[in-house]
Design a protein around this ligand. Structure first.
Ligand SMILES: Nc1ncnc2c1ncn2[C@@H]1O[C@H](COP(=O)(O)OP(=O)(O)O)[C@@H](O)[C@H]1O
Ligand SMILES: [Mg+2]
Length: 272
């Protein structure tokens, strides 16, 4: 059995692995002319290792989406720094793919043409992109649905298309904001297992936001636990459950101990 090891609030960078994403003294305040400012993120410091799977868990309104949108380069920070490798993030980057809770597919385009959208926007080689789009769809079990329209797919299948679309331009980081929040519990578990397979096969870094504590533990090498607003990092928990992870692990005493450790931060409030 594993003792639960907790790392310092500022996650130290392991010597043999390099940090791909480095967040230092990050602050975000939403300013408004007619309302009081909202202090959404407060002094966030994190180093995210290349190739790791990091989940961010916290109650609704604690700034998870704010943090992810800043990492995606689609929202400006108020102060502090966010670097991808050595480069400061100051706009959308080709190194990043993003998956939101709802995949928002274009209903008039086929599945494969939806996956192609970022390649068209970024003016990549469309022949190569189409080949990769087909490979990704096969990877997620949708080879037979390439030429269907989104309206013909279930919610889980649509979200798989969203994941392929985020991966088609070969980003090094996949950012996911509650990607399975709209799915039923069983589909969600299947998607979790599938996502771990994609992560392994694509050799990418994944940063996934969720308000489900078990989902955060099941997926991650490292769980970042956030406080209610203003969002701060309350704790970073290293998850030492073996890989490959299986759904049976949800019921093990080790798993339960991680849940207890993280739930302590939320008391009776919970994260739902
Ligand atoms: N555009 C905005 N303008 C003002 N306040 C915002 C805006 N977006 C989010 N907020 C506020 O910032 C806080 C964090 O929001 P968010 O990042 O969406 O939290 P989470 O994703 O953890 O639920 C919330 O209090 C929310 O109301
Ligand atoms: Mg959110």
């Amino acid at each position: 059995m594993h003792a639960i090891q907790r790392s310092a609030v500022v996650a130290p960078v392991a010597r043999e692995k390099k940090a791909l994403v480095t967040i230092s003294s990050l602050e975000k305040r939403y300013r408004s002319r007619d309302r009081a400012d909202v202090h959404a993120l407060c002094d966030i410091n994190l180093a995210i290792e290349d190739g790791s799977f990091v989940t961010i868990v916290g109650p609704s309104g604690c700034g998870k989406s704010t943090l992810l949108r800043i990492l995606a380069g689609i929202l400006a920070r108020s102060s502090g720094s966010v670097r991808m490798g050595q480069t400061e993030i100051d706009g959308p980057s080709r190194q990043v793919g993003v998956v939101f809770q709802s995949p928002v597919l274009l209903p008039w385009r086929t599945v494969v043409d939806n996956v192609m959208v970022p390649s068209e926007v970024q003016r990549l080689d469309l022949g190569a992109a189409r080949k990769r789009a087909r490979e990704l769809l096969a990877l997620v079990g949708l080879a037979d649905f390439e030429d269907r329209y989104p309206g013909e797919l279930s919610g889980g299948m649509q979200q798989r298309v969203g994941i392929c679309r985020a991966l088609v331009h070969q980003p090094s980081v996949l950012l996911m904001d509650e990607p399975f929040g709209a799915l039923d519990a069983m589909t969600r578990e299947t998607m979790n297992v599938e996502l771990l397979r994609i992560w392994r096969e694509q050799n990418i870094t994944i940063i996934l936001v969720t308000h489900s504590i078990p989902e955060a533990i099941f997926l991650a090498d490292r769980v970042v636990v956030m406080t209610p607003r203003p969002g701060r990092v309350a704790e970073v928990v290293d998850v030492h459950l073996p890989r490959p992870r299986t759904l049976a692990m949800f019921n093990t005493p080790d798993f339960g101990r991680y849940v207890t450790t993280i739930r302590r931060h939320f008391g009776s409030v919970g994260t739902e």
